[in-house]
Unconditional design. Structure first.
Length: 754
């Protein structure tokens, strides 16, 4: 309610305690009452007596311009309650209730009405512009637009912004709410209430929230109905009245944890909107709001958030310009989670001498990252990612809490419902239900929905591992054995599934089984490679079998980085397990050459020593790939060059060609086309000496692209034509088609030049 709608909680004895609307309507009409309309005075007869009106006019023959005389102070007395009111000149004073007087004053033919309220009387204060300040947002244009549509005239009555702890739900809700108000969607005002749904001290009860909102609407405590049902009815009535007189109202309810907190706050009038935030997807059969899930920021927006925070404190902070790569690394280490980013920015602003690179280094250790992402201000308030996660974890039922801990055993970035079923050793339907419960709690996400693949945020994965270790420490050997058994079941699932997929690839040419096997291997590839690494220390023989099963697929699909990583894990597993190392020596892949008789053999000690000799070069290749992805072309080029030198020194021609070809691609991306062409030419020579037809084809195609960018179109056409011929000889029709398209472009460019 606004102050231009005065009414008192007891505007007239006839209306009773809740006769507000009739009293307000009478007051809004405000005809200046004359003597004939004044009620008959009723003398006070005791403390409970309440006269309906006390005329106290003093007649005068002529109008007087003297100001009204203030009522004299009532003498202290233990006797009956007395009420005093006095007017001067032609003024008259009336009492419309025990706490309200209004005076009619005539001065030089001008009639003025004044309201005088007793202490505690008058209109109750209202809070109809109650939104906290709108925070600045970075990288939330899409969610903001979607939320504004929900808050518009055609939107749903209730919208709930959901997301994992610290993802910025409240910031988005407030930002969009202020935008909606600025657009004129809510002329009736805004209400705000914090529900503290995850507070360890207890959430705000629905009736407490209702009382707070009714007070904001101008209802005094004395007027609050005694039961939640009556309060809800009054809340809906006040909002309906507000809609009729002033327009729609926006109610923002922050940090809800149950539908029971929100259902009573839902306005009945269709013009109003309820906007809530929650870590849970709050729905039930009787409460179906529009859900707006919120994800973490992308890397560019997360980096911009850090830079903006530093510039807000000190616009001249040199660290933003001096260490842009380190700032991006901090953003990635924070999982692009706004809460973690805010804490990292606070750590940097608190210590202006702290280099961004130093903070990035501190966050690089996954074992201590959550501990580092904590900030305490001068008032003793602490902000920690771990604490935010804990408020959600403590609400889980034991089956979901156990699954949450077990998910940290999965070595890859996501997992399937089948893999989770192996972890839990429970029926698939029950496991799916627990996964869905974790998703509703925003501790997990099915991406995309309906795919059966589940992904956990990086920082949540670290938190789950902490909770797993804590459970082992608290509960002892029994819990340790439970976790070890779950890990073994997961590795067995990956091994058996991978061996079955490998069998189908070798047995079928182009049937549905082969397509399904390829799809499964591609979806699980990151998990399988990391499962080899996990099994290297825990189950070496499983690591060897898994590496053998995936070897042909990795080589055929040219996932060279994963191939090198798997080889390294195989050697480590053999040395740890004391058994022979079995590797796939067939470079032709399945479907050609020797599809049913791949050359498997055990490595002897000299070859193991040679693989160890190659380990530094593979580490350099991995470093080069990471720098390349990060856009650090000079560092990537240096790493690939050094790796190629090591491969050449030990006579590993195929690996030398691979490193040189990667060097050429990096230089191409850096627009150093002449140098790129030279690197691809050297790669071509290494592949020819290694008798690698596929390597020759790829390096020739890459060489043609670099020559074309350098304006050497005739040479580019020759290179692309030779690449297409080699791809055709190797049976790679798709690659041949791509090379011929490159050839056509080179020839058209040559024709334009001529």
């Amino acid at each position: 309610m606004e102050d231009d709608e005065p009414y008192g909680p007891d505007a007239g004895a006839a209306e009773g305690r809740h006769g507000r609307d009739a009293a307000e309507e009478r007051h809004d009409r405000a005809p200046a009452p004359g003597p004939a309309s004044a009620p008959t005075p009723a003398p006070a007869s005791g403390p409970s007596a309440r006269p309906s009106a006390i005329p106290s006019a003093r007649p005068s023959a002529a109008p007087s311009s003297a100001p009204p005389v203030a009522p004299p102070a009532a003498p202290p007395s233990p006797g009956p309650v007395r009420q005093w009111a006095q007017a001067s000149g032609d003024g008259r004073t009336y009492q419309a209730g025990h706490d309200q007087h209004f005076s009619r004053i005539e001065t030089q033919n001008v009639i003025e009405t004044q309201h005088v309220w007793a202490p505690g009387g008058g209109p109750a204060p209202r809070a109809l512009a109650a939104l906290p300040p709108a925070p600045a947002l970075t990288g939330r244009e899409g969610p903001t637009a979607a939320l504004l549509r929900s808050l518009g005239p055609e939107g749903p009555a209730v919208t709930v912004v959901t997301g994992l702890p610290g993802v910025g739900k409240t910031a988005l809700a407030l930002h969009a709410a202020h935008r909606a108000v600025a657009l004129g969607h809510f002329p009736g005002g805004t209400l705000f209430v914090r529900l503290r749904g995850y507070d360890p001290a207890g959430a705000v009860a629905p009736e407490q929230a209702l009382e707070a909102l009714l007070r904001a609407l101008g209802v005094r405590d004395d007027d609050l109905p005694p039961t939640p049902e009556e309060q809800a009815a009054l809340y809906r009535s006040e909002l309906a009245r507000r809609a009729d007189r002033h327009g729609p109202v926006l109610i923002v309810a922050d940090d809800a944890s149950t539908t029971a907190q929100l259902a009573p706050l839902t306005p009945a009038h269709p013009a109003h909107r309820l906007l809530a935030t929650s870590r849970h997807a709050l729905t039930d059969p009787d409460f179906r709001p529009r859900l707006l899930p919120l994800d973490e920021l992308d890397t560019a927006s997360a980096t911009a958030l850090l830079a903006t925070a530093l510039a807000q404190v000190d616009p001249a902070d040199p660290r933003v310009g001096e260490e842009p790569r380190a700032l991006e690394e901090v953003a990635v280490r924070c999982g692009r989670l706004p809460l973690a980013l805010t804490i990292a920015a606070a750590l940097l602003t608190y210590d202006p001498g702290l280099r961004v690179g130093a903070l990035a280094h501190e966050l690089s250790d996954a074992r201590t990252r959550l501990r580092e992402l904590r900030y305490e201000d001068g008032d003793g308030r602490s902000f920690a990612v771990r604490t935010a996660f804990g408020l959600s974890y403590r609400r889980l039922r034991e089956p979901e809490a156990r699954l949450f801990r077990l998910l940290s055993l999965n070595p890859g970035p996501d997992l399937s419902t089948e893999a989770a079923t192996a972890l839990t050793d429970r029926p698939a339907r029950e496991t799916r239900g627990s996964l869905a419960a974790l998703a509703r709690a925003c501790l997990l996400g099915e991406q995309p929905v309906g795919s059966g693949r589940w992904r956990m945020h990086d920082l949540l994965r670290l938190y789950a591992a902490e909770r797993r270790a804590d459970a082992e420490l608290r509960e002892g050997p029994g819990r340790v054995q439970d976790h070890e058994a779950a890990r073994d079941r997961l590795l067995t699932y990956y091994l058996k599934s991978c061996e079955e997929a490998d069998r189908r690839l070798r047995a079928e040419d182009d049937g549905p089984g082969r397509a399904a096997a390829l799809a499964w291997l591609e979806a699980e590839r990151p998990n399988l490679v990391q499962a080899i690494a996990l099994a290297t220390t825990e189950a070496p023989l499983t690591a060897l079998r898994l590496a053998t099963a995936i070897s042909a697929y990795l080589r055929r699909t040219r996932h060279l980085h994963d191939t090198h990583a798997a080889d390294e894990y195989v050697v480590a597993a053999a040395l740890r397990g004391g058994g022979p190392v079995v590797v796939d020596r067939a470079d032709s892949g399945w479907g050609r050459g020797v599809p049913h008789a791949l050359d498997h053999r055990a490595l002897d000690s000299r070859e193991i020593a040679r693989l160890r000799e190659l380990a530094p070069a593979r580490e350099l290749e991995q470093r080069g790939a990471e720098r390349w992805v990060g856009g650090r072309h000079d560092e990537a080029a240096a790493a690939f060059t050094e790796a190629a030198d090591i491969y050449r020194a030990v006579g590993s021609l195929h690996e030398e060609g691979s490193a040189l070809d990667a060097l050429g691609l990096v230089l191409h991306e850096a627009r150093r086309f002449t140098e790129a062409a030279a690197a691809h030419a050297r790669a071509l020579g290494a592949y020819r000496r290694a008798h690698s037809l596929d390597g020759e084809a790829r390096s020739l195609d890459h060489l043609g692209l670099a020559l074309g960018e350098a304006g050497r179109f005739a040479e580019a056409a020759v290179a692309h034509e030779q690449a297409a011929d080699r791809f055709r000889a190797g049976g790679s029709r798709a690659d041949e088609a791509a090379a011929r398209r490159n050839l056509d472009r080179a020839r058209r460019a040559l024709e334009r030049e001529e």
